[in-house]
Design a protein. Structure first.
Length: 383
C-alpha cells in the first residue's frame, strides 16, 4: 500500500456520518501531513496551510485521481480539531501499519528498538502526560509501529500489544529496563524474534545475580578469557571533545546463576557493558556499567553493537520529533488528538526518511520539501 492509498483508506474507515461531512477524511489527513512537514503544530496552523496552499493541494488530484480534490475548499481549524479529537487512533494506526508493511518488513539481520516518549505539553486534565511507545527499525531508520499510553509508567502494559502487531520474526528487539518483564520476553520469543533487554532495579533478583556472576568470576577485573567463559569486545571513539571506550563481556555459561532463569522465555546469555568517557579538555572521566539479558548466544562484539544502536530510537527519532517537528510544544490533548497527531508525525518522519529527492539531515530535507512544491509533491506520490 502506498501513502496515497493509505490516506484514501481513511475515507473508508471514517467514523463520521456519511453524506453529512463537508470535508473528506483524506483531505484532512493530507493537509495535516503537509502542514506538519512545513512546521505546523496546531489546528490553526493546519487550517492556515490549507488556505495558503489550496491551489497546490487541488493540483495533486490532477496528477493522481486517488488524492482528494478539495471540491469544498480546505478544512477549517474546527474541522481539524473535531476530526483528530474523535478519530479512533486504531483506525489511523491500521492505515499506518498497512503502509509500513508494504514499505518495510523487519526481519533477519534487522534490529527493532522499542522505547516510549512523553509529549510534554499535552497534559490530560488529571495532569498525566500521554506517552507514545515507538518501534524503530535500525536497518531502514524508520518508525515501524507505535502505541499510546496514559503516561510513562504504563509502557510495560503497552509493549506486548505493540510487539504482537509487528512483523519481527528473525529480528533482534531491544528495550530499556522498563521492558524487562516476563510477558514482554514471552511475546518476543513467541513472534520468533530474539531480544537484548537492559537490567535494572525493577528486576532486582536478576540484576544481583548478574553482578555476582561477573564479580565472582573475576570479570569486573577485565579478564576477558577467564576460564574461556566470556567473549570480549572493545570499541573506542574520539569526537565532540571526548574519548569514549566501551568494553563488553558476554557469556552464555549461566547455568547455576539464574535460579529463575527458566521463567524467562528463551534466556541464553547475559552481558555486561562498561563505558568510560574522558573529557579531552578537563580530563574528567565518567564511568558506568550496564547489564543485559538476551536470547542470543555469546558474541560480545554483536551484543555491544546492538546495545549501542538501541539509542537510535532516542537520538535519530525522539530528538528529531522534539527538535525538528517541535512535538513537545504540541498542546493538542482533547480526546484522541495527541495520539493521532503523534501517528501523523510518524507518517511525516518515514515519508521524509524514504524520500530520494532530497539530501541532508532531517531538518534540511524537511525545509527543502517546504520550500519546493515539486519535491513535496514527488515525495507524497513516491511514498
Amino acid at each position: 500500500m502506498t501513502l496515497v492509498e493509505s490516506l484514501g483508506r481513511l475515507d473508508e474507515l471514517d467514523f463520521r456520518v456519511k453524506g453529512r461531512c463537508r470535508y473528506r477524511a483524506s483531505e484532512i489527513a493530507l493537509v495535516t501531513l503537509c502542514a506538519l512537514v512545513a512546521g505546523g503544530t496546531s489546528h490553526y496552523d493546519f487550517a492556515g496551510f490549507g488556505r495558503e496552499k489550496a491551489d497546490w493541494l487541488r493540483s495533486l488530484h490532477g496528477l493522481d485521481p486517488r488524492l482528494p480534490d478539495f471540491r469544498n475548499g480546505t478544512p477549517s481549524h474546527d474541522a481539524f480539531r473535531h476530526f483528530w479529537k474523535n478519530l479512533p487512533p486504531a483506525m489511523l494506526d491500521a492505515c499506518f501499519m498497512e503502509w509500513i508493511d508494504w514499505k518495510s518488513i523487519p526481519g533477519a539481520a534487522d534490529e527493532v528498538h522499542v522505547d516510549g516518549k512523553a509529549i510534554r505539553r499535552a497534559n490530560a486534565p488529571d495532569g498525566r502526560r500521554p506517552c507514545v511507545v515507538s518501534a524503530y527499525s535500525s536497518r531502514d531508520r524508520i518508525v515501524v509501529g507505535q502505541v499510546k499510553t496514559s503516561d510513562k509508567s504504563n509502557e510495560i502494559t503497552a509493549m506486548p500489544g505493540l510487539l504482537k502487531k509487528l512483523r519481527i520474526a528473525g529480528a533482534v528487539v531491544t528495550i530499556d529496563a522498563a521492558g524487562c518483564q516476563k510477558t514482554v520476553v514471552e511475546t518476543i520469543v513467541g513472534r520468533d524474534a530474539d531480544y537484548l533487554i537492559a537490567l535494572k532495579g525493577n528486576q532486582g533478583g536478576l540484576l544481583e545475580a548478574a553482578e555476582e556472576m561477573f564479580r565472582d568470576n573475576g570479570a569486573l577485573g577485565w579478564h576477558p578469557r577467564l576460564n574461556g567463559k566470556f567473549d570480549f569486545a572493545r570499541v573506542a571513539e574520539k569526537g565532540h571533545g571526548r574519548i569514549t571506550v566501551w568494553e563488553c563481556l558476554h557469556t552464555d555459561d549461566i547455568d547455576g546463576w539464574f535460579d529463575g532463569g527458566r521463567e524467562w522465555a528463551g534466556l541464553k546469555s547475559v552481558c555486561m557493558v562498561a563505558t568510560k568517557t574522558e573529557d579531552s579538555k578537563t580530563g574528567e572521566t565518567t564511568e558506568s556499567t550496564r547489564y543485559f539479558i538476551s536470547s542470543l548466544p555469546a558474541d560480545a562484539r554483536r551484543a555491544l553493537g546492538i546495545s549501542r544502536r538501541h539509542w537510535d530510537v532516542e537520538n535519530p527519532l525522539h530528538w528529531t520529533l522534539d527538535m525538528v517537528f517541535d512535538e513537545d510544544h504540541s498542546r493538542a490533548r482533547g480526546g484522541f488528538s495527541a495520539e493521532n497527531l503523534a501517528i501523523m508525525r510518524h507518517f511525516c518522519f518515514d515519508m521524509i526518511r524514504r524520500d530520494k529527492g532530497t539530501e541532508g539531515g532531517m531538518s534540511r530535507r524537511k525545509k527543502t520539501l517546504t520550500w519546493n512544491d515539486r519535491k513535496m509533491r514527488e515525495a507524497i506520490l513516491a511514498a
